[in-house]
Structures are given as structure tokens and as C-alpha cells.
Design a protein. Structure first.
Length: 164
């Protein structure tokens, strides 16, 4: 079972206790359920695809499979990304429109760790009002003195599929 998957299509996801892959975008910490992660690879040449939104960098050929690649920095409206030696692609599995699952690559600034969060560590996304889009956030995880924003890859992939 995917801990970040919504109960029904289009329903908002709520972060569940479990293990998350913590990664950075800019200077902030984010996390995704470790169960959706298939592998982490170095940034490699990406083939652009015409008429795609700016956050869709293109596709890669990974051992004969063509995988779409999205830059989460651009998707989340963060400052212009600068690729560096820690920039990598996290290859994940998300729901396919036709059923089953499909590979989906996301570019991140760096991978930090696999962190386990209990129910006591998790809080719902804060209410920013209507001006801020929080549909891709499943919750916040408190750890030490910091906070990790937990994201919903299914919602991101679904939004990309609906606007393609």
C-alpha cells in the first residue's frame, strides 16, 4: 500500500506514519514515502519534449524504459534551479492513467536520508489561506528543531497528466 495515496481519486492525501526519503530543494527539506522510490540516479542527459510545461524537463532512457522527468524545484515555484554534483533523479512509481503503475522521475537537489516518522511527528499542512496552493503537500513532519514538508507525488503526476 502506498502511504501517500489518496483514499479515492482526486481526494487529498494525508501523510501516514512510516519511512520517507528526505531530500532537499533549495535550502528546504522535503520527503516522499520510501515505498514509491525505485532508485536514485545521477543527473543524466534529459531529452526535451516539445510543448511541455517548464517543470517537465523531458524524458530519459533508463535501461530501455523511457521515463518522464519533472523538476520539482520549478514545479514548486522555487528560484531558478542550478544543477550541481548532488543533483539527482529519484525514479519513483506512480499510478498510470490506464491502471497499474508507471515510472516517474523527479529532479531534486540532493538526497538526505531515509527517516521514520511516527503519528506524533506528523501534522497536517498549515492553512496558508486561499492564495497558496497546498494540494501537493500531505503534511509536515517534525524532527529535531526542523520541519520536513511531505509531498504527494500521485497528486503531482495526476496534475501533470490532466494538463498534458
Amino acid at each position: 500500500m502506498n502511504p501517500s495515496a489518496p483514499a479515492q481519486p482526486g481526494a487529498p492525501s494525508i501523510a501516514q506514519p512510516g519511512k520517507y526519503l528526505a531530500f532537499t530543494l533549495g535550502h528546504e527539506s522535503y520527503g516522499m514515502p520510501v515505498l514509491v522510490v525505485r532508485e536514485i540516479i545521477r543527473l543524466c542527459p534529459i531529452t526535451p519534449v516539445a510543448s511541455m510545461p517548464p517543470h517537465v524537463r523531458g524524458v530519459i532512457n533508463l535501461r530501455g524504459k523511457v521515463i518522464p522527468v519533472v523538476d520539482l524545484r520549478i514545479r514548486f515555484g522555487l528560484p531558478d534551479p542550478v544543477d550541481h554534483d548532488r543533483t539527482c533523479i529519484v525514479v519513483t512509481q506512480v499510478a498510470a492513467a490506464t491502471g497499474g503503475s508507471r515510472p516517474y522521475g523527479v529532479i531534486v537537489d540532493g538526497v538526505e536520508e531515509v527517516a521514520a516518522y511516527s503519528g506524533e511527528d506528523l501534522v497536517p499542512p498549515p492553512d496558508f489561506g486561499t492564495a497558496i496552493d497546498t494540494r501537493f503537500i500531505t503534511g509536515m513532519a517534525r524532527s529535531g528543531s526542523g520541519v520536513t514538508t511531505l509531498i504527494d507525488l500521485e497528486a503531482i503526476a495526476r496534475a501533470d497528466r490532466e494538463h498534458a
